[in-house]
Design a protein around this ligand. Structure first.
Ligand code: FES
Length: 120
């Protein structure tokens, strides 16, 4: 299985999310990884409404009640499990997935999007 190590599972607090930068220059991509127990969910850190990063300060991605990912710019709420926007100006759209997974030893991997944005 291919994939690049991002971090250890315990470096993402349960119920929270962390941001990561992949690549450099024109290939740079910012993603976020949310954790629910032993499961991780990855998304491109770009709101479908206006393209802003979701976090207003590094690694602050969750709504105040901790139930959704929240865009800091206009407050759109996204389900952690599939990135679907349940409320806000882009309701009905979804975050673009970034392929991440957690190995049994707790290593969180990302599978780089070599399609250069072709997916989604
Ligand atoms: S840019 Fe995210 S809700 Fe407007």
């Amino acid at each position: 299985m291919t994939g690049r190590p991002l971090c250890r599972l315990q470096e993402i607090p349960d119920g929270q999310a962390r941001g990561f930068t992949l690549g450099h220059g024109a290939a740079r991509q910012d993603i976020l990884v949310a954790r629910r127990g032993g499961t991780v969910f990855g998304y491109v850190n770009s709101c479908p409404h206006a393209g802003s990063p979701l976090d207003w300060t590094p690694d602050r991605f969750m709504s105040p009640d901790g139930r959704h990912l929240m865009c800091a710019t206009h407050g759109a709420l996204f389900r952690v499990e599939d990135g679907y926007c349940v409320a806000g100006p882009c309701e009905g759209t979804a975050l673009r997935s970034a392929m991440v997974r957690c190995l049994e030893d707790g290593t969180v991997l990302v599978v780089p999007d070599d399609g250069a944005g072709a997916a989604g």
